[in-house]
Design a protein. Sequence first.
Length: 119
Amino acid sequence: MREWLEVFTEQAVVLIDLLAAIVIVVGTVEAFVMGFVTWSKPNHEKREVWLKYARWLIAGLTFQLAADIIETSVRMSWTALGQLAVVAVIRTLLNFFLERDVQDIRERQKVAPAVRSQD
């Protein structure tokens, strides 16, 4: 039974890592293309590109963390647990800062129309 679980989780980890890579690549390509499209556009359109890209990255990081958790749950060694802890902290911090940036941009977008309407 243990061997079957290890084979299944190995395949699941590979699949989830593949999905994470696809999400990040698709988001990166979209941001790259939209960056050129909005090159000469107003700043709020450029910020919208950043928001979308940040959402793609957050999704990719979340998938990668899930794969790491599954992988560590089967390996069950102190080394694997330590590696997961380090990776989880790094990815969680990246996710936190991306989320904070997204929230800041959203708040600025809410304030910007109010300021423009007062002018």
